[in-house]
Design a binder for this molecule. Structure first.
Ligand SMILES: Nc1ncnc2c1ncn2[C@@H]1O[C@H](COP(=O)(O)OP(=O)(O)O)[C@@H](O)[C@H]1O
Ligand SMILES: [Mg+2]
Length: 227
């Protein structure tokens, strides 16, 4: 565990559905070293998004602990966990690039300004932001606002934002779900190329077995949550 980019031990998470508790994660552990990629698979509803949200600190587990980039977040100490949430926020700004299923861009900023803002918050150079948009095939849309482009184009802008951060860890939740096959392949090529070039860690939630097989390791959440 020591020296790992990311580790999780004994994670548990329940939600309630009506009056019934539904157990989504039960004693889940994982580990990721720098430069490694891990595919997270499992049927819809098996807890992939919940796990990614816990790993980046957007959701609290009911039990267990997470270590990311030298910080430890332990549910056994609620006071410390509360303080840790601010540090987790800093990590998400600077070192953890999160790609959600639906791109969340600032609506009042152009695509290019969204990428620039993300680079600036991460302390990175803004020079190559236009270049990231070009590489993702949406360079000519740089001055458009998010509501003036398609869902797939917004998702590519969200990926450009993550690339421009030069993060140590990328958590990607079905990032190509809204893209056509050809665009998805080109985006995935760039994701793996970036990961290899910068040696960052990658956890990729995906339904696609071909895509999962390109990762170094594979964790199947498989089952549906049990009541
Ligand atoms: N905030 C929530 N409140 C209640 N149930 C939730 C919440 N978030 C997720 N769930 C439930 O947890 C299960 C796992 O969801 P999710 O992590 O989104 O799965 P996946 O990403 O693998 O499709 C689903 O049954 C979902 O309905
Ligand atoms: Mg999901």
């Amino acid at each position: 565990m020591v020296g790992s980019l990311l580790w999780a031990r004994g994670l548990k998470k329940q939600f309630s559905s009506g009056n019934e508790p539904v157990s989504v994660l039960q004693d889940l552990s994982l580990q990721l070293e720098p430069g490694q990629s891990l595919a997270l698979t499992g049927r819809s509803g098996s807890g992939k998004s919940t796990l990614l949200n816990i790993l980046c600190g957007l959701e609290r587990p009911d039990a267990g602990s997470v270590g990311v980039l030298g910080e430890t977040f332990d549910t056994r100490n609620p006071e410390a966990l509360k303080k840790a949430e601010a540090r987790w926020g800093n990590l998400r700004r600077q070192q953890i690039g999160v790609v959600f299923q639906e791109a969340n861009l600032m609506p009042a900023l152009s695509l290019l300004d969204n990428v620039r803002l993300r680079a600036r918050l991460a302390g990175q150079d803004e020079q190559d932001c236009q270049d990231w948009l070009e590489r993702l095939g949406i360079g000519e849309l740089a001055n458009r606002y998010p509501d003036q482009v398609s869902g797939g184009q917004r998702q590519r802008a969200a990926l450009a934002m993550v690339f421009a951060m030069k993060p140590a860890l990328i958590l990607a939740d079905e990032p190509t779900g809204s893209l056509d096959r050809q665009t998805a392949e080109s985006v995935i090529e760039q994701l793996f190329e970036l990961q290899a070039r910068h040696g960052c860690g990658l956890i990729l939630a995906t339904h696609d077995p071909d895509l999962a097989s390109r990762c170094n390791r594979h964790l199947d959440l498989g089952h549906l949550p049990v009541p």
